[in-house]
Design a protein around this ligand. Structure first.
Ligand code: F2R
Ligand code: MG
Ligand code: MG
Length: 306
């Protein structure tokens, strides 16, 4: 769809932005018990900030796409299952599905074993930035792969559509679309009236130049929950509002929004990284930083014509 020059720096930054938002947001996610647990296990022995399921599943997806050269759901399901560890704080439904696959159940059976209509959590959306990178030069393949990749854990239409919107937002920012053009692109691919209503809200605020409300107001309008419906548009709003501001300012706003902070910040962080490149990201001690940068580079290389 778009043929402009892409740079490897922005691919790495998209993945590092995701992991940074996840790691910096994780201490604020969940209730008292979850936060106390994260205080105990939230750093590696080397003092690096640990990330959670959001980054683990994004790396699983990237590693599968790079190894297979295309989306291979059986391979991806097996990598998701191998990557599962309770200490990464997976969603309850996703954890059950991955444990079943680990025990040998076919992923197609496992995917509907918890919620009969599939999950509408934000778990497919939080890893969707990887698809935007892998298919950065093939728009229709990106849309198709995003929906397909959601199916293993999130076959509910809302879980899928949230993932598509997040992938599209990353794609738009990677290609340096204006905020108005990015929102037009998202609107043209949004069918669900609940998500479309929230996108209308973003359009109004973008048109009036008034993208500047309090976290409390934004949470009231867009949500801060663990479902795709209550988190994806919040992340997109935050990324668009802070796309030209320092990462730390965006992160402070995401933390003030509360709720599912690691995931909202991971999705917004991926979009921000895709728009800004690596040099503007804060260089704090992050678990596997060099490896994540390397995977971003490989996702760029696959898009480069030989
Ligand atoms: N799991 C966490 N954080 C723990 C915080 C728990 C805290 N006590 C709290 O409840 O706030 N974080 C990680 O999980 C999220 C991603 O979740 P994912 O992968 O989408 O999981 P799941 O279980 O599929 O969906 C999440 C919840 O949404 C509700 N839900 C989804 N589909 C449903 C359906 N069809 N019917 C009814 N409910 C449905 C359920 O409550 C699910 O548990 C991210 O935040 C990640 O960081
Ligand atoms: Mg998480
Ligand atoms: Mg979360």
């Amino acid at each position: 769809m778009l043929a402009m020059k892409l740079s490897s720096d922005y691919f790495s930054a998209c993945l590092l932005g995701l992991a940074s938002g996840d790691a910096l947001g994780a201490p604020y996610e969940g209730g008292f018990l979850e936060q106390a647990l994260w205080r105990a296990i939230g750093r590696t022995r080397a003092g690096e900030r640990r990330w959670t399921d959001d980054t683990r599943m994004s790396l699983d997806l990237a590693e599968s796409l790079l190894a297979r050269g295309e989306l291979d759901l059986a391979d991806l399901a097996s990598r998701f299952a191998k990557g599962y560890a309770w200490s990464r704080g997976y969603g309850q439904g996703t954890a059950k599905i991955l444990k079943r696959i680990k025990r040998g159940q076919d992923w197609q059976l496992a995917s509907r074993s918890v919620f009969s209509q599939g999950s509408y959590g934000n778990g497919a959306a939080m890893r969707a930035p990887v698809i935007a990178l892998f298919y950065a030069r093939d728009f229709s393949a990106m849309l198709h792969a995003t929906s397909e990749s959601a199916r293993i854990t999130h076959s509910h239409p809302l879980g899928i559509e949230g993932a598509v919107l997040v992938a599209l937002a990353c794609y738009a920012l990677l290609h340096q679309l204006s905020t108005a053009d990015a929102l037009t692109l998202l609107t043209s691919h949004c069918a669900d009236p609940r998500l479309a209503g929230k996108l209308d809200f973003l359009q109004c605020f973008s048109n009036s130049g008034k993208l500047a409300d309090t976290p409390r107001f934004i949470v009231g309008k867009l949500g801060n929950g663990m479902t795709a419906e209550t988190s994806c548009l919040t992340a997109i709003y935050i990324a668009l509002r802070f796309r030209h501001s320092p990462f730390e300012e965006m992160m402070a706003f995401a933390i003030d929004c509360g709720g599912d902070v690691d995931t909202i910040a991971a999705m917004a962080g991926a979009m921000w990284g895709a728009a800004n490149g690596e040099k503007r990201l804060p260089p704090f001690l992050l678990e596997k930083r060099s490896y994540i940068r390397h995977i971003g580079q490989l996702l760029f290389d696959i898009n480069e014509p030989a």
